[in-house]
Design a protein around this ligand. Structure first.
Ligand code: PA5
Length: 406
């Protein structure tokens, strides 16, 4: 069960009231960008898992050794984060179209896809995003070369329900189509077909994930999201301009990427916004640890804890040269938790206020809740700061420059 423990010593009373008002704006659909708040109620009729999605996922698993998911930003980060958390090391789903590296595509075709059967899920709401569009051209050609008239059965598009370039490509190619609802933007789309299809192809129970998020959204637990949003904004007002999400499992790295996109793209506008970063601990304690403890005091930290459920224990050593025999027999996870507690205390004493999100046991339910927890916190936090958390006018500038230069 998800718990949120906020940084102490903070008067966030006014911000709690602001969080309540911001939540009402979301609930009533009266805030900025309210035509993009479809994610707010994952349990609604409109947000049911699309018909045929789970069967399509099962078919792709059956037909293919590897499914390549093409997409960038909100069109892949949620799925990648969940797959890494719940099916770490999965080789059944790989990602492409999230960069413009020719060598990455060369490795994909020459190594990963060499001699194996593969399919493609291409996810793009607009269909005109450069990275996925170019990668899809290449992989579509490869599928046609390998499978001829059977190739269309191996291509699934996830796109806009009404029109758009990707829909045109899919319709003219005879590919199956799933949709991202009009009122859900990319970074809030993990619980739509954009996230759920790849997640199901990776063998994860997508229905249980979706259900857990839907239940969270109508439970008392939403107060935890509101508290997190209030505390973030209270900390920001007190001069803390950067938030580090500190993760203690190596397979949470992409959760950090998803978090950065969600909060960065939602809040970084109108000259304001908390700058989100993520730290992979304990590894980064040996690099960024110095800065966190002793550098400029303009940040706060949010620790995320999940118990991986591993019973791996530290073995006894006959000679004990390293002096760690006092830990023999203890679970690695227990030592990991001690590392979190020790770091939290040290950083707090060093002037970095620390929150903690504890999701308990890592499983499909706790991850589903966590996704909805973050999306709700983000919407509320954005509204408290007065921005529209659902648009991204800033990302157009580089796209325009690129189009001109190309
Ligand atoms: O959150 C967003 O809106 C963006 O990150 C988009 O998801 C990303 O730019 C990809 O866009 P599209 O799905 O249109 O290819």
């Amino acid at each position: 069960m998800l718990k949120f423990i906020s940084a102490g010593g903070l008067d966030s009373g006014t911000y709690r009231e602001k969080a309540q008002s911001a939540y009402k704006l979301l609930q009533n659909g009266t805030g900025k960008g309210s035509d993009f708040t479809g994610w707010f109620s994952p349990g609604s009729k409109q947000n049911e898992i699309e018909s045929g999605l789970l069967d399509t996922a099962a078919e792709l698993r059956e037909n293919s050794d590897v499914t390549v998911v093409i997409g960038i930003g909100g069109s892949y980060l949620g799925a990648k984060a969940v797959i890494e958390m719940l099916a770490p090391g999965s080789e059944e789903v790989v990602f492409a179209g999230n960069n413009l590296s020719g060598s990455a595509l060369e490795r994909l075709l020459d190594k990963t896809l060499h001699g194996v059967d593969f399919s493609v899920i291409v996810i793009s709401k607009s269909g005109t995003t450069t990275e996925p569009a170019l990668a899809f051209r290449l992989l579509e050609r490869e599928l046609r070369y390998r499978y001829g008239t059977e190739a269309p059965k191996r291509i699934v598009a996830v796109t806009n329900p009404n029109g758009g370039a990707m829909r045109k490509i899919a319709e003219s190619g005879g590919y199956r189509i799933f949709t991202i609802p009009d009122n859900i933007g990319g970074r809030y789309s993990v619980l739509t077909s954009a996230g759920l299809l790849p997640i199901a192809v990776a063998g994860i129970d997508a229905a249980a994930l979706h259900n857990a998020a839907a239940e969270f959204a109508v439970s008392d637990k939403i107060s935890l999201s509101l508290e997190y949003a209030a505390v973030r904004q209270a900390l920001y007002a007190s001069g803390k301009k950067l938030e580090a999400l500190s993760l203690f499992e190596p397979n949470f790295q992409y959760l950090g990427e998803w978090f950065k996109q969600l909060f960065g793209e939602s809040e970084g506008k109108d000259g304001k916004g908390i700058f989100p970063v993520s730290l992979n601990l304990t590894a980064d304690l040996h690099s960024m640890g110095q800065y966190m403890q002793d550098g400029e005091r303009s940040m706060f930290e949010t620790f995320l804890w999940a118990d991986s459920g591993s019973w791996y224990r530290i073995p006894e050593s006959a000679d004990n040269f390293d002096g760690f025999n006092n830990l023999a027999g203890k679970r690695f996870d227990d030592i990991n938790r001690i590392a979190l507690d020790a770091t939290k205390q040290a950083h707090t004493e060093g002037g970095v206020p620390a929150n903690e999100i504890n999701i308990g046991e890592l499983n499909v339910v706790s991850v589903g809740e966590l996704l909805q927890f973050f999306m709700l916190s983000c919407g509320v936090s954005g509204y408290i700061s007065g921005v529209n958390p659902f648009d991204q006018p800033g990302v157009e500038a580089y796209k325009r420059n690129m189009k001109n230069l190309m």
